[in-house]
Write a protein that binds this ligand. Structure first.
Ligand code: IPM
Ligand code: MG
Length: 360
């Protein structure tokens, strides 16, 4: 048995309820693969602000740095919107990503089983689509300086900076190619090279890194076109590598192939500790109502197994249990005719039962 220290940060809104279900799955799967778990829970986001006055208390950050992996629910909500920018829940999440040096964010958007009918897109458009968005996560306009709002020539001006260094582009491009090589070997780099110098530079460096991956097929696409193509014909994509902000936007678009943002897990890697979180937000409108879809969070546990602990099989086991569960049961966001509608807790239980059946 190897011991793994995992930090659980449920966060805000639906975060705690989906996290609870994901932790059940984690506890079930770990012993099957000889992992002993040491779980610690710490606050992050608005919840942490309410308790300590900051969205990322030192205690949480220290615990994250001292763990083998972090499982994060979601942060944010209207309650904290009036707060000063520097202490908003989202600042906590961004600081955690940056302090842990998690520069690569993997967001796989695949159609699980007959979920094809839950998509707002036509079944023939999405059936079989399987896209991995590799989003740069610790640079770009999210972190660039200067930034702020100030008075200039008698009026207020807001500004942010889109900046990427060569080393930042190189390392994310490398991740993009490596992931593509384990998939269908097609990498689409998304930029806005026709307008922004920083992304023309991005294109140049990605092309250079591509020389180390002669068996990968690299293409480039402008971000506006990519948004259109994801909806028009998502099957043309295999792996996509892009900047922090384009990745944020395009991964939400890609999520809708699956019918719901509640289905998309993510892995943030690159540093010594990986962090796993659903792509969705804190959904404050349904928080505490047992309506949330816990599957993105549960699938994030699978990504932890794969990317932090090299247990591909454990990830596959979780994906299979999710696919099996979806054959009969649905949360409201992906409800379809002929299926039984259940809540967050029950969905977690059904996945757990399916795991148990397959391992008894
Ligand atoms: C995401 C979210 C975050 C982001 C927010 C909550 C800061 O939208 O993970 O996609 O913009 O990165
Ligand atoms: Mg987002």
């Amino acid at each position: 048995m190897t011991t793994k220290k995992i930090l659980i940060t449920p966060g805000d809104g639906i975060g705690p309820e989906v996290t609870e279900q994901a932790v059940q799955i984690l506890k079930k799967v770990a012993p099957i693969f000889d992992l002993q778990l040491e779980l610690t829970e710490k606050p992050v986001g608005g919840t942490a602000y309410d308790l300590t006055g900051t969205p990322l208390p030192d205690e949480t950050l220290d615990a994250a740095k001292n763990s083998d992996a972090v499982l994060l629910g979601a942060v944010g909500g209207p309650k904290w919107e009036p707060l000063d920018f520097s202490v908003r829940p989202e600042r906590g999440l961004l600081k955690l990503r940056s302090e842990l040096e998690l520069y690569a964010n993997l967001r796989p958007a695949a159609i699980y089983g007959d979920l094809v009918n839950a998509s707002t897109l036509k079944p023939e458009v999405v059936d079989g689509a399987d896209l991995m968005v590799v989003r740069e996560l610790t640079g770009g306009i999210y972190f660039g300086k200067p930034r702020g709002v100030e008075e200039r020539n008698g009026e207020r001006v807001g500004f942010n900076t889109l900046v990427y260094s060569e080393s930042e582009i190189r390392r994310i491009a490398k991740v993009g190619f490596e992931i593509a090589m384990k998939r269908r070997r097609k990498l689409t780099s998304v930029d806005k090279a026709n307008v922004l110098e920083s992304t023309e530079f991005w294109r140049e460096i990605v092309t250079e890194v591509g020389k180390d991956f002669p068996d990968a097929e690299l293409s480039h696409m402008y971000a506006d076109n990519a948004a259109m193509q994801i909806i028009r014909d998502p099957k043309q994509f295999d792996t996509m590598v892009t900047t922090n902000m384009f990745g944020d936007i395009l991964s939400d678009a890609a999520a809708m192939m699956t019918g719901s943002l509640g289905m998309l897990p993510s892995a943030s890697i690159g540093g010594s500790v990986g962090m796993y979180e659903p792509v969705h937000g804190s959904a404050p409108d349904i928080a505490g109502e047992d309506k949330a879809n816990p599957l993105a969070m549960i699938l994030s546990v699978g990504m932890m197994m794969r990317y932090s602990f090299d247990l591909t099989e454990a990830d596959e086991m979780i994906i299979n249990a999710v696919v099996e569960t979806l054959e009969k049961y649905r949360t409201v966001d992906i409800m379809a005719e002929g299926k039984t509608q259940i809540g967050c807790r029950e969905m977690g239980e059904k996945v757990l039962q399916s795991l148990e059946q397959n391992n008894s």
